[in-house]
Ligand binder design. Structure first.
Ligand SMILES: [Zn+2]
Ligand SMILES: [Zn+2]
Length: 415
């Protein structure tokens, strides 16, 4: 499900249609190029048919991404593309269904403040409740003997897209009406209690895509979360206070490469498990290697793909890159080849470290009971550009023994 957002160009007010993953707004009329950022989750609302009512805006979580469930035997992964009601209102649709596809969404801006906003619950609690419901349904279908070992020890959500969408409703004749279709949804229940909140400035900003250092045009694809300056060789990501410089390094390769895939390299403090040095990693993953004494002092980092890809391949890439601990170099210049778009947020990559740790652990029985309580505190995060060679089959990284089919990589962008 690909959602569209209609907006006006902040410079010339011409109408602009954006896809939900777009981070660059390019106006066809005045040619301005702006970088879309939000301090918090993006908040959208569906345009009501009529605006003469006192509208009550019902929140739904919009989640598109991967979920991982750590079980005793394996990690189960899924692609999830959904909307889920984020408040308890009896009879209200659990999901928005195809509604957001039928009407273009709008950003919630301060002029929408005059309406009533129902406050929303955190995504994790909403999703877990929903999953439990699904599981109950599934369990009815599965024979008890088969469901043994099905306990989920840890669950993670790696969201590529996460936002809040409001459904406008109004109350008329003791009925909730959908203000988009102007049709009744559900009778107003005596027990219906609505917890309202004030809409606030969620920090939607449109920034010039000019390098804060040198004023040069920053380069990036429509969905890039990191923009590069090829003039002063710097990398930038959105932050609370505009564009923030981030560190990048390159895995050196003789003769260059045709394409560079970005990985988040995360140094972190991990509680409850001994994972500080390369020697720890070899023991933790039970690698068939004789530990050298210098490995005890060799720091490690967790590597997570910074690009969207199917969950199974995402895990595989994290694992091989983390185990390889490739040498990186702080380059003075960005490499010449094509740099694949960074479209998996840093915050989500940090979330993924735990899943990666679980995936690395051999055997798993010691980590199972503690995986949920492990805390990952990032100490430093940078983007590493990893060289891949293009072949007729796709893109190959020899040292990592990793390859991605061309279709897989480009398909991933639409996960
Ligand atoms: Zn314009
Ligand atoms: Zn620059």
């Amino acid at each position: 499900m690909e959602l569209r957002i209609s907006h006006e160009c902040p410079q010339c007010s011409a109408p602009v249609t954006l896809e939900e993953t777009d981070r660059l707004l390019e106006c066809a009329f005045c040619r301005v190029k702006l970088y879309i950022t939000s301090k918090e989750t993006f908040h959208y609302w569906m345009q009501p048919k009529r605006t003469d009512r006192e509208l009550i805006l019902i929140p739904y979580w919009r989640f598109k991404g991967m979920t991982f469930s750590c079980k005793a035997q394996k990690t189960e992964e899924r692609i999830v593309d959904t909307t889920l009601i984020a408040a308890d209102i009896k009879g209200m649709p659990v999901s928005l269904g195809v509604r957001p596809q039928a009407v273009p969404l709008r950003y919630v801006t301060l002029d929408v403040n005059r309406y009533f906003f129902v406050s929303y619950k955190p995504f994790k609690s909403v999703f877990s409740t929903m999953e439990t419901k699904f599981q109950r349904i599934e369990k009815l279908k599965v024979k008890p003997s088969l469901s043994a070992g099905n306990t989920v020890f840890h669950r993670a959500f790696i969201g590529e897209t996460m936002s809040v969408i409001y459904l406008p409703t109004y109350i008329n004749n003791n009925f909730f009406y959908d203000a988009v279709t102007d049709k009744p949804i559900v009778p107003l229940n005596r027990e219906t209690q609505l917890d309202f909140t004030k809409a606030k400035d969620w920090g939607l900003r449109f920034l010039a895509t000019l390098c804060p250092y040198c004023g040069w045009d920053l380069k990036g694809e429509k969905d890039s979360l990191v923009l590069f300056c090829r003039n002063c060789n710097s990398a930038w990501e959105a932050s609370l206070s505009g564009l923030k410089k981030i560190e990048f390094s390159v895995v050196p390769q003789e003769g260059g490469a045709s394409i560079f895939l970005p990985f988040w390299k995360i140094k972190a403090n991990v509680s409850s498990v001994q994972l500080n040095s390369y020697a720890d990693l070899v023991r933790f993953a039970n690698l068939p290697k004789v530990i050298k004494s210098e490995w005890e002092n060799q720091e490690i980092a967790f590597w997570v793909p910074a690009f969207k890809i199917q969950p199974r391949h995402f895990l595989r890439a994290s694992k091989s890159a983390t185990l390889a601990q490739l040498k990186t170099q702080k380059e003075l210049a960005l490499p010449k080849g094509y740099i694949f778009t960074v479209n998996l947020p840093e915050s989500e990559a940090i979330e993924a470290v735990k899943i990666s740790i679980f995936d690395l652990a051999v055997p798993k029985k010691e980590i199972l009971p503690i995986i949920d309580s492990i805390e990952v505190k990032p100490l430093s995060v940078e983007i590493v550009l990893v060289p891949f060679q293009e072949t007729s089959h796709g893109y190959i990284q020899q040292t990592l023994h990793l390859s991605f089919g061309r279709g897989l990589l480009w398909y991933g962008r639409n996960i």
